[in-house]
Design a protein around this ligand. Sequence first.
Ligand SMILES: O=P(O)(O)OC[C@H]1O[C@H](OP(=O)(O)OP(=O)(O)O)[C@H](O)[C@@H]1O
Ligand code: HPA
Ligand SMILES: [Mg+2]
Length: 182
Amino acid sequence: MAELHPDIERVVFSEEDIAAIVEKMGREITEEYADKNPLVVCVLKGAVVVMADVMRAIRAPLTIDFMAVSSYGDATSSSGVVRILKDLDSRIEGRHVIIVEDILDSGLTLSYLINMLQSRGPASVEVAAFLVKDVDDRDCSVVPRFVGAHVPNEFIVGYGLDYAERYRNLPYIGVLKPECYS
Ligand SMILES: O=P(O)(O)OC[C@H]1O[C@H](OP(=O)(O)OP(=O)(O)O)[C@H](O)[C@@H]1O
Ligand code: HPA
Ligand SMILES: [Mg+2]
């Protein structure tokens, strides 16, 4: 196990936990998409790490593409405005699209993306969310087809998830010490 970063108060998912979740998601997606040649879409930046892992756990033909989207900036709650920083390179008409996300929190990012991609005439759009945060009253109703795990309603970092762009490279997911928030 990697040495714990000094800013981390508590580990929520260890590297071993993450590996097991990735394999489970890969198996589930493989079963459903074996003959569908899906377009697997990574939502940058946060999903970059889970994308690299999950796409290798899918044992079926697929192609990949990337979007870059931002709504949190340096804060720990959503600004409420989803900014598209980079659109897909591929056309998705008639394709089975799987959006890979690191976390579903308020649901704003995914509901925005699903609407946007649906308007382009894909065969289907589904979501694979590594984490779903258990929030009480989510405004945006997004139901991911594939869920890695649920997390309590607290801000987490690591495995792609950042606070003010830091900590994305931690190989585990954890909670920051309170003094690390500015
Ligand atoms: O369900 P929501 O409340 O919309 O939150 C989830 C989104 O927020 C984070 O991205 P962010 O906008 O911080 O950009 P990033 O991926 O570059 O970190 C995260 O990676 C998800 O994409
Ligand atoms: O808990 C979180 N951590 C990091 N980024 C996030 N984006 C939405 N929720 C989170
Ligand atoms: Mg993101």
